[in-house]
Design a protein around this ligand. Sequence first.
Ligand SMILES: Cc1ncc(COP(=O)(O)O)c(C=O)c1O
Length: 370
Amino acid sequence: MISARLKNAEISLIRKLINKAPENAINLGLGEIQFPTPRLLLDHAKEVLRDGRIHYTPNAGLPELCEAIAGYYNSSYTENICVTVGAEEAIFATLFSYLDPGDEVLIADPSYLAYKTIIEIIGGVPVYFDLDPKNEFGLDKNSFLSCISNATKMVILNNPSNPLGISFSEDEIEFIIETCLQKNIIIVVDEVYRELFLQERPDSLFERNGNIIVISGLSKSHCMTGWRIGWVISNKPELIKPIITAHQYICTCAPYLSQKVAIKALSAEGLKANEEIKSKLNFNRDFIIKKIKSFSQNIYILPNTYHPFLFVNLQLNDLLFAERLCASGVIVVPGCAFGNKGKGWLRINYGIETKLLEQGIDLFLRTLIK
Ligand SMILES: Cc1ncc(COP(=O)(O)O)c(C=O)c1O
């Protein structure tokens, strides 16, 4: 009965682990920051609700929100934007708009696991290029080139990366852009973690040359996973037009209330709220690194440059360890969930209240010596 398209779509390894975990397990596994949405935004939502007019918006989003998004990219043009139901719908609508059955899509190994499944649901073929664990997960340029065929339509970059918490270097970006320009390959870049930088805000690929579609949203930067606000933007408006059509038939528009709150999130005050989130994340990051290092100098932590993930190598079977840890009440994600190159690694999300993080990491370290 079920469509061929969905038959092979499995629930993710992360969800499977969570489903098996004891009821009060400490969750350092989810791809979300578990702090509340900033008070400023909650108060603003109350004001919008008091007004009571919660209706459809234009398919591409409220004009004021599109202006705010354009402003975030130092642009004033809004015909090149579509507001979506989270970055996830942005990914789906984008792939749905551009992939025909058999089209190949390059994705990094390791990378965010939804890309593979969404590509397959749509009938595309995921092809993995390698990031090299021996070289701090730098791009393996030979592997990238060898993955390109006549059927390659698109490459999906996640910059900065979930699960690695790092971004591509300028040299790597230039190499990818140049290669894709020569071969007429569309670049889709998911920048949903870009605002969670440790030192300096990196440039978006929005202004770069080529057929580039940028995806982002507020789930991570503003602890707004439940509000479901994402977007696509491109400096080539014609690339966004089909996505607006797909989005119209997927969900009509993103929720009105969330769009109104998103305008506030992108205001100067809203961006300050992001700073407060980051200072809590900074504290947690230092805290957890100190704990791990004082336990053992032999646990390798990938030097991350973005919150909220630590990618650590324990030189053991990541899946077995994650299952054992889960049974003792702490969820972390085994690196193998993100691809072959993630084997032996674990992703730990420290975007959780410090007290819980402390309990979770203590149990993690105790499980290591058992
Ligand atoms: C890399 C990446 N892209 C997109 C998403 C989906 O984000 P959203 O909540 O905006 O749909 C996630 C969520 O974990 C993610 O990690």
